[in-house]
Structures are given as C-alpha cells and as structure tokens.
Design a protein around this ligand. Structure first.
Ligand code: AMP
Ligand code: ZN
Ligand code: FE
Ligand code: FE
Length: 286
C-alpha cells in the first residue's frame, strides 16, 4: 500500500495537468494520491475522474497558504466540503492577492535590471487558477535571467530578496478552524522545512494540536533524517497523525518524484477515519 498525500498540478504551480498526474501516480505504483494544489480545489474533478479510470484512489486536498507570527505556514487540508463558503472565500481572497502582487513583483524585478511584465508572468500560468512565485521564476527563465526555478528563488524571490512581495494569508489557527468546520482534516505541511521552522516550535505545534490540528507532515524532502525523527516523536507525543509525501510539482521542482516519501497505511487509516467522523459523527458508534 503506497500513499502520497501532497502533490501539485498545473492548476497551481505543478507542471502536469491533474489527470496526467493521477495516471503517473498509477504508473509508479501508488494506491492513494492526494491532489493538494495551492489555495484551490479546481483540479479535483479531473483528478477524481482520472483516478476512477486508472484504479488509484484520489484524495481531494488543498495546500492552504496561512501565516503565523509573520511567517508563512502551509496547511494541508483533506476532504473539505468545497461548498463551505467561509473557507472557499478565504481561498478566493488568497488567490486574488497572489494575482494582485504580480504587478509589484514585475516592477521590482524591472527595477533590478530584469524587465518583466505582469502579462509575461501570466503567460507562464496559462491554465493555473493559483499563480505563484514559481510562475514568476518561469517567466524569468523564459527571458534568460535565470536558469531554473531554484536560482530564481535563491537570488530574487525568497523572503528578503528584492523581488519578494508578501501575500495575504489567513492566520494558521483560523485556517485549522475553517478546515474542521468544512468537515476536513488539517495537517501542517513540511513544518520544519524552509522558512516555517521559526514559527513552529514544539510549543506552538502543541497549541495547534490543542486547537484542532490533526497531523504533521514528517517525511518530506525538506526534512533531513534527524528532523524526521524529532518530528515523528513530536507527532507521537501530541497524538498527531504523521504523514509523508513527495510534494511533487512535475518538472517544476527537481528531486520530488511521485511516491518519493509515503504515508504509512496505519497513519492514513487514522487520518481518513477522523475525516469520516467529522463528516458524519454517527460513524463513531457504527
Ligand atoms: P508562492 O506560492 O508564491 O508563495 O511560492 C511558493 C512555492 O514556490 C511553493 O510551492 C514552493 O514549492 C515553491 N518553491 C519554493 N522554493 C522553491 C525552489 N527553490 N525551487 C522551486 N520551487 C520552489
Ligand atoms: Zn508549490
Ligand atoms: Fe508547501
Ligand atoms: Fe506543496
């Protein structure tokens, strides 16, 4: 049983259309794959349909951009009701602000000697509902300013660099509350990966757990083996589900192949069980 709970399609900043991603998941022998595009549910219908054809269980998910003490924290949510307006409205606001900041990012890069327009960035996000810095990076590659996304982030787009403009994101605690209200389960993505480690000390993770967080992503490429051990212990001590994933982005992120890290079946049983209970409290007694 191989389970990958975090992937991105071209609906956000991955490069495979959702159906292609799901067929690839089947080809590499995954039994369950979650589609977790940034701040949008738009890839779900195609992914779910492709899953039925390819014999893979597709889990509808989303990676929500949130903020905690000024730091960006990514929150994975699974099985939320897409019709639940308070959460859908938050995601719409995040997407709108992601879109609005492109002009300012283009201005910053132009000032830095790399003429770039909003339209040139949008051209890279042709089929995406959610635009992000990876599309800016792609536009910079197209113009010959950098060789790959990694270089664009390292030199220009990461927090603190000249092309960085923050975006609106809901508070992490509020996002967890909304995910639960939407009938879903909430898992912090790559908690001690790039960027989010400062905001997510063990005491804060404990506070999130006490306020409804269901799990943390332990096995992720941004975590070295010591970090994974520490996070597994933390999950254990707080009663949180521990997940693993590839954070696949197609060709947009090297070294994140589908199924690279996976979630243990017993952890998946716990997480999906929590989701079933939340959707239908009756199943607890069943
Ligand atoms: P944004 O959504 O605009 O905040 O940009 C963050 C996205 O950029 C995340 O999906 C990351 O996976 C991606 N990202 C961050 N750093 C890099 C990198 N060095 N190379 C490629 N993608 C990156
Ligand atoms: Zn991404
Ligand atoms: Fe992330
Ligand atoms: Fe991701």
């Amino acid at each position: 049983m191989r389970i990958d709970l975090h992937t991105h399609s071209s609906v956000s900043d991955g490069t495979d259309p959702p159906a292609v991603l799901v067929r690839r998941a089947a080809e590499v022998g995954l039994d369950i794959v979650a589609l977790t595009d940034h701040d949008t549910y738009d890839g779900w219908p195609d992914a779910l349909e492709a899953g039925r054809g390819a014999g893979v269980e597709v889990v509808p998910g989303v990676e929500i951009s949130t903020r905690l003490a000024g730091t960006g924290v990514h929150l994975l949510a699974y099985f939320v009701d897409p019709g639940f307006q308070p959460l859908a409205a938050e995601l719409a606001q995040v997407r709108a602000d992601r879109r609005a900041r492109l002009r300012r990012i283009a201005g910053r890069l132009t000032e830095a000697g790399m003429p770039l327009t909003e339209d040139e960035i949008l051209a890279q996000a042709a089929v995406a509902s959610t635009v992000g810095r990876p599309h800016v990076a792609d536009a910079m590659i197209a113009k010959g300013y950098v060789r790959h996304r990694g270089e664009a982030f390292a030199r220009w787009l990461s927090e603190g660099r000249a092309g960085y403009i923050p975006k609106y994101a809901p508070d992490t605690f509020r996002a967890v509350e909304l995910v639960r209200a939407a009938g879903g389960v909430a898992v912090v993505a790559h908690p001690w990966g790039r960027g989010s480690r400062e905001a997510l000390d063990p005491a804060t993770v404990a506070e999130l757990a006490a306020n409804g967080l269901d799990g943390i992503e332990v096995d992720h490429e941004d975590h070295d083996s010591d970090t994974r051990r520490e996070l597994a212990d933390l999950a254990d001590s707080l009663g949180l589900v521990a997940t693993g994933s590839s954070d696949y982005h197609g060709t947009g992120k090297v070294g994140h192949d589908l199924g690279l890290n996976t979630t243990a079946p017993e952890q998946w049983e716990r997480l999906s069980g929590l989701a079933r209970e939340r959707r239908d409290p009756g199943v607890r007694q069943a």
